[in-house]
Design a protein around this ligand. Structure first.
Ligand SMILES: NC(=O)c1ccc[n+]([C@@H]2O[C@H](COP(=O)([O-])OP(=O)(O)OC[C@H]3O[C@@H](n4cnc5c(N)ncnc54)[C@H](OP(=O)(O)O)[C@@H]3O)[C@@H](O)[C@H]2O)c1
Length: 205
């Protein structure tokens, strides 16, 4: 599988990268939009630049990536669109509001696309990992339950793509934990995240 990187916030740059790639390797069968950023959300929302970048990269990046290959896929009546979202999409975790909201937007966007594209030969796969050991999480100074290696995450993603799954959440332990946290009262979440919030950067902007 070939991979290519372009600034996913700018559609023209993305289009040019795809054009170059397709002229060398042929049409895109599978698009996996994986680029993403994550910053703690400041309590006073003063880190607006980081919040803007979060939505531009995590949400618009996915839309631009899909748009750059969809016309060809629709024409060929085949293809697979996938995005690496997160289990964070399922709950607004304190201190991570922007990241969680961006991933929730990805999930809903893909859900709509999946329903819209049914019967066209194009499948849409939403990938929701828990904590994965990558440079994004290497900077975290808090306990990350059920952390998996990048290799293990890659295997799970490949399997989900091959099975043309609609939504793939992993690891199951973290998926179950997030399911539980979704129905917990706010007060319990506040207590569970007390340490994280007191040591999190950007507390006051
Ligand atoms: N690590 C986790 O625990 C975890 C859990 C759930 C979901 N995810 C999601 O998994 C995806 C991959 O994250 P990761 O853990 O591999 O993080 P990472 O190590 O920080 O990698 C992020 C990737 O996104 C690219 N990127 C960032 N901004 C971009 C932009 N504007 N245009 C093009 N590329 C851009 C980076 O490219 P450069 O290297 O060129 O900057 C890098 O390749 C993200 O969507 C993340 O939200 C991660």
């Amino acid at each position: 599988m070939a991979s290519h990187s372009a600034d996913c916030r700018y559609p023209t740059e993305m289009d040019e990268a795809i054009k170059k790639l397709e002229s060398a390797l042929g049409p895109t069968d599978v698009m996996v939009a994986s680029a993403g950023v994550g910053y703690p959300t400041a309590i006073d929302l003063e880190n607006l630049e980081q919040t803007t970048e979060t939505f531009q990269t995590n949400v618009l990046g996915v839309i631009h990536a899909f748009r750059s290959v969809l016309p060809g896929m629709i024409h060929r009546k085949s293809g697979q669109l996938a995005a690496v979202s997160s289990l964070a999409a399922f709950k607004g975790f304190p201190g991570e509001s922007a990241y969680c909201a961006s991933k929730a937007a990805v999930n809903i966007f893909l859900e709509g696309m999946r329903i819209r594209l049914k019967g066209t030969g194009i499948v849409v796969t939403t990938i929701c990992p828990g904590f994965v050991k990558t440079p994004m999480t290497d900077i975290n100074n808090f306990h990350m339950p059920f952390l998996v290696s990048a290799e293990s995450a890659a295997q799970k993603i490949m399997k989900a793509l091959e099975k043309r799954q609609s939504v793939a959440c992993f690891p199951w332990q973290m998926s179950a934990l997030v399911g539980l946290l979704r129905v917990c009262p706010d007060r319990l979440i506040q207590w569970l995240f007390a340490d994280y919030n007191s040591s999190s950067p950007n507390q006051s902007g």
